[in-house]
Design a protein. Structure first.
Length: 216
């Protein structure tokens, strides 16, 4: 049963035009299929590397909040030690506001650092895009704990589907550590949204990944 990260009747606003766009959904489906094909091709060496470096589950999954706060399970290649979530309190949060970031997170494995730097750990999320939980471009999906501490204006960022990338990732990626700045850029994306703008951000993100400027 699908649940919500908050009381939708209180926080739900009018649906953003991107939500009902058939063109955006077509781009998502085509992009997800291409992404899953790439994932299938390189998954074997990634799986072997993860197991040799730190034996355990290949995938990491976590509940996140998506469109209008509806929860879904996100998937990644595991980039941290087994049980990393239990060690989170021991790691310094270098970000400001309702996000968690640490550029030199000690929980990361050696292979995990490479996967994050190249964003290869994100590849399984093409499955989330194909299912419709996510889009190629949107906002990064927060955790329920983060959303529980949102102020009223923060909820507007959940009026579009969460994305593999977005304006703030394509513009600054992990260099941006101020949550309010991220919210501002998320809302700016919503104001300027078009299918052409999505394509622009996709190609800009690919360029950033190839230049290894950091993980989303």
């Amino acid at each position: 049963m699908q649940t919500s990260c908050f009381n939708v009747s209180v926080h739900l606003r009018d649906a953003h035009p991107s939500v009902g766009s058939k063109a955006k959904r077509l781009v998502d489906i085509v992009g997800a299929l291409v992404g899953l094909l790439i994932t299938a091709i390189i998954a074997i060496p990634i799986v072997i590397a993860i197991q040799l470096d730190d034996p355990g589950p290949v995938f990491f999954s976590q509940m996140r909040c998506g469109l209008h706060g509806r929860t879904f399970r996100i998937w990644k290649f595991r980039s941290m030690v087994v049980g990393a979530e239990r060690l989170k309190d021991q790691v310094e949060n270098q970000a400001k506001g309702l996000i968690f970031k640490n550029e030199d997170d000690p929980r990361q494995t050696k292979v995990g650092r490479f996967l994050r730097r190249t964003s290869l750990d994100e590849l399984p999320q093409f499955w989330n895009v194909l299912k419709g939980d996510m889009s190629l471009v949107g906002t990064r999906p927060p955790t329920p704990d983060e959303v529980s501490r949102y102020e009223h204006h923060h909820h507007q960022r959940l009026s579009v589907k969460p994305g593999l990338t977005g304006l703030w990732q394509a513009s600054g990626r992990s260099a941006i550590k101020d949550f309010e700045e991220i919210v501002t850029m998320d809302l700016l994306y919503q104001q300027n949204w078009s299918v052409g703008y999505d394509l622009y951000l996709i190609f800009k993100t690919v360029g950033a990944v190839l230049a290894s400027k950091g993980a989303c």
